[in-house]
Ligand binder design. Structure first.
Ligand code: DGY
Length: 322
């Protein structure tokens, strides 16, 4: 059986499905492997199943050695993988697109509603056990109907968020490097930032999008607007965000991802107008099982069936392989 290293704990029945086809070595426990453990665990394997927490670069690929044919990345985002380095070594990389679109879009809308209707803030308020009474002006938030939703990055998840936003009566605009086939108006990023009531980030993390939302971008937003980030933390300059929130440059933020995960900027923890979740975008049982299945399928395609996986990021690596 081909030998596969798995860097994480996976939901049932994925471990059993993997074990049917592969000789599996799984990293034990809930914490990710250290770099040394990852390098040692990968050595001599035919395939790897990893998460966004593991950096898959030239050093790792070389440590894995010449038997390595496939890396299944248990995520749609693949900023952790040096795809070119894999391609150069004939290693196919596959990710898990599609199956987490809905879950991530739902989480995004959950955060928007939570922030604007002050649900978590109200929860914290009640738990402090202070006195309170209903009144016509108590803890007012704002609704979504008629508000402008600015989607930054109109991929699968951005589109799904746009559709959910429309279902709540929002007007959708988007910014993306290229025009897309879409019923929504495309704006330059600066114009989107100036017009949107809710700015929601859905672009991948690349050298171009690192700190896309910096002090200047935040200053371009409306003082009543809120920022939502369910893509990758480094797309936002977190220190600049804290400054903008403290200064009232923008009204609030809802974040599922962080610049130095799992660290959260201490300034964010102190602010009432901030809703935080611990990278839960794809965290439903159904979605995580579906993501696991796509990883199993990618490993099986390469190592058992001798074909390129459907979700290969670099089909060129497949063609180049011996
Ligand atoms: C992804 O798939 O990129 C997510 O961030 C992991 O849930």
């Amino acid at each position: 059986m081909p030998s596969v290293y798995v860097s994480c704990r996976l939901p049932e029945p994925i471990p059993a499905e993997l074990a049917r086809s592969f000789d599996v070595t799984a990293h034990p426990g809930d914490l990710p492997p250290t770099r040394e453990e990852l390098l040692a665990g990968s050595a001599g394997r035919d395939g790897l199943l990893v998460t966004p927490l593991e950096r898959i670069d030239a050093e790792l690929l070389d440590a894995a050695g010449p038997r390595l044919r496939v890396v299944a990345n248990h995520a749609v985002g693949y900023d952790n993988v040096d795809v070119a380095a894999a391609t150069a070594r004939g290693v196919v990389v596959a990710n898990t697109p599609g199956v987490l679109t809905r879950a991530t879009a739902e989480l995004t809308l959950t955060l928007v509603l939570d922030l604007l209707r002050r649900v978590t803030e109200g929860d914290r308020f009640l738990r402090r056990r202070g006195p309170w009474i209903w009144s016509p002006v108590f803890m007012l938030g704002s609704g979504l109907d008629g508000k402008t939703l600015g989607i930054v990055g109109l991929g699968r998840i951005g589109r799904a968020v746009a559709q959910l936003g429309e279902a709540f009566g929002m007007r959708v605009v988007y910014a993306s490097p290229r025009p897309q086939q879409a019923p929504w108006k495309r704006l330059e990023l600066a114009e989107l930032l100036a017009r949107a009531d809710v700015v929601s980030l859905h672009c991948p993390l690349t050298p171009e999008t690192r700190h896309l939302v910096d002090a200047q971008a935040l200053a371009a937003m409306r003082p009543s607007a809120v920022l939502v980030n369910t893509t990758r933390g480094p797309v936002v300059d977190e220190a600049a965000l804290v400054d903008a929130l403290r200064a009232g440059t923008i009204a609030g933020a809802a974040l599922d991802v962080y610049e130095r995960e799992p660290e959260v900027h201490p300034g964010l923890l102190e602010l009432e107008q901030v809703v935080l979740s611990p990278h839960l975008g794809s965290a439903t049982v159904e979605t995580r099982v579906a993501m696991g299945r796509l990883c199993v399928e990618a490993l099986e395609a390469v190592l058992l069936d001798g074909r390129c996986p459907a979700n290969a990021l670099d089909p060129a690596a497949w063609r180049a392989a011996p």
